[in-house]
Design a protein around this ligand. Structure first.
Ligand SMILES: [Zn+2]
Ligand SMILES: [Zn+2]
Length: 273
């Protein structure tokens, strides 16, 4: 099982970090977690296509995690010759969100169907809403969901992928909570959104400082990893975006609490589970 951080960014636009999205590849099966800015551009760099995705999972409906969901739907639709519904899994409310996304695409759907005689079918998305427990299963791969805590954003979920005797956790945006603890137990790879609190505390902009109350800071992510017996912690979606040369400081802050491997995500970082 291989994890590729497709986009390691956050809502803040930077030139080198696409929006949050992570690919988990098991053999020929591609599972996509979140659909941030430019997800398909990063995906094609590693041979991931919307056309072949086995399923897409969404942790929550914050815009940075969903901004290119519409692109995944459209691109899958127009690159398949036969109807091939997209399997999409997200928290409660994700069905309504998907319906709204399809409504937004209505002009484009009409234009393309009118223009292409060989495109008589509309894009289809089979949505499953999950709170806790088995979210998806196929060919020896299990994906389990658990509620996370990103209050006041509610509901949110994290995902645990189990395959080939290995475990990968895509936590998304969350502070430490019982659901996160249950997902992370014995994980080989744990991907966690993090903030660097000491940097954000110095910024005199309240809207920016607000991010501190609903994200794990580096120490909290490392403590979660330590307590769960994680092998590799991936610090992802770092806020603020690390300045060049400061990366070792992020790693060192985590290492103060966790003896395992710590990686600071960049776009297209690959980690073997
Ligand atoms: Zn986010
Ligand atoms: Zn969020």
């Amino acid at each position: 099982m291989q994890v590729t951080i497709l986009g390691s960014g956050s809502p803040m636009v930077t030139a080198d970090r696409a929006g949050p999205s992570t690919l988990v590849r098991i053999g020929r099966t591609d599972l996509l977690f979140d659909c941030g800015r430019a997800v398909l551009m990063r995906g094609v760099a590693v041979g991931m296509t919307a056309r072949e995705l086995a399923a897409v999972f969404v942790t929550h409906m914050h815009s940075d995690h969903t901004t290119d969901y519409n692109d995944v739907i459209t691109t899958r639709w127009i690159t398949n010759t036969e109807p091939r519904p997209l399997t999409a899994i997200g928290p409660v409310g994700f069905k309504k969100f998907t319906d709204a996304t399809l409504a937004m695409l209505e002009n484009d759907i009409h234009y393309r169907m009118a223009h292409h005689p060989d495109l008589p079918h509309r894009p289809e998305v089979n949505v499953t809403e999950v709170s806790e427990g088995l979210a998806w299963e196929a060919e020896g791969i299990r994906v389990v969901a658990a509620p996370t805590d990103h209050s006041p954003v509610h509901p949110t979920v994290g995902f645990r992928v189990e395959a080939e005797g290995k475990v990968v956790v895509i936590a998304g945006d969350t502070v430490p909570c019982p659901g996160l603890t249950s997902l992370c137990k014995g994980a080989h790879v744990y991907v966690q959104t993090v903030i660097r609190r000491q940097m954000i505390e110095k910024v005199p902009i309240q809207r920016f400082r607000d991010v501190m109350d609903y994200h794990s800071d580096i120490a909290q992510a490392a403590q979660t990893a330590r307590d769960a017996g994680v092998r590799t912690l991936v610090l992802n979606h770092p806020v603020p975006a690390p300045l060049p040369g400061t990366e070792p400081q992020w790693i060192a802050e985590a290492k103060a609490h966790f003896d395992g491997e710590v990686l600071l995500a960049t776009d297209l970082l690959k980690v073997e589970a």
